[in-house]
Ligand binder design. Sequence first.
Ligand code: C5P
Length: 333
Amino acid sequence: MTVVVRSFAKINLGLYIGDRQQDGFHNLVTVYQTIALHDVIRVSVVRGKGIEIRCEDSRVPKDESNTCARIAQKVMAVAKSKGRVKIEIEKLLPVQGGMGGASSNAVATMLALERSLKKPLPAEEKLNIAAEVGSDLPLFLLGGTVLGVGRGEQVYPLQDLPAVACVVVKPEVGVSTPKAFAAWDRQRKASTIHREGAGRSAKLTDAPPFDRMSELGFALSTWLSESYSGAPLRRGRRGNPLLELVRAGIKNDFEEVVFPEYPEVSEAKDALVRSGAKYASLSGSGSTVYGLFTAKEEARKAAGRLSSMGWAAQATATVTRREYWKKFLVSSF
Ligand code: C5P
């Protein structure tokens, strides 16, 4: 049986990086949000053995290093199934874009494969497999607006809010996530030494990691307590509740290390703000930046304007959890 699924992208609505742990991973707090841009994944199991990846995009690895191949191997082992897994990736999302393309592709592959094998795996098993392959895979097992903690792999669904129009801009550069984390560590170390060196008179512009991480938690709690207090969610003049959240002052820590190294990424964010975005930010470690807009039409116009200025811009919208699952399966035959 061939199973065809949509593999949606995500953006990060705020991302606070905490301490580096002994295993090399960093604690973080982030809000993931799925968006309508997606790849299409086709999975089938035929006679034989091994895993075959097909993708017309030459930047996508076709060997066992591909996240889809890694997850397929694990699923076949856990399901104790035999056969040759054929995975076709129709790539529309940017590679190394900070939109979780490779992670989403892997989760889509796992879900399509269990369907193709007609062997549903327990939820716990799927979550474990996803987290083993990468920190930002588990979010795609929930979809919609998702709180991510731990190294990003511990996920909690947040309220499913109406879709918000957005524009994503992908500057030509690719940012490596491990390198961005390493740059963050170097910067923190340098600022700590500077603070200690300056003694008591130091201006504490850099809050310690855990204070900063709790800032996002606090903004989120305020927002949730408001929306769960029984008062109607604020819409109309003040816009969508998701816009209320991002306006609470949340930010993506990766901007501090990615913007100085890649000025064009910072310029893309400025261009989004100038085009009328109500909130703009780097997604993950980039290089994608996104802007949220109050209306679809505004997003469409802004994307047109940005494209004519030479930016690779696309108008899209956030995808609620309900829509995510409604649109996930394309066909199965
Ligand atoms: O989990 P994932 O494979 O996406 O992580 C890629 C790399 O990013 C890790 O090897 C690690 O260097 C870094 N990382 C991190 N802290 C996280 C997530 C990722 O340091 N929370």
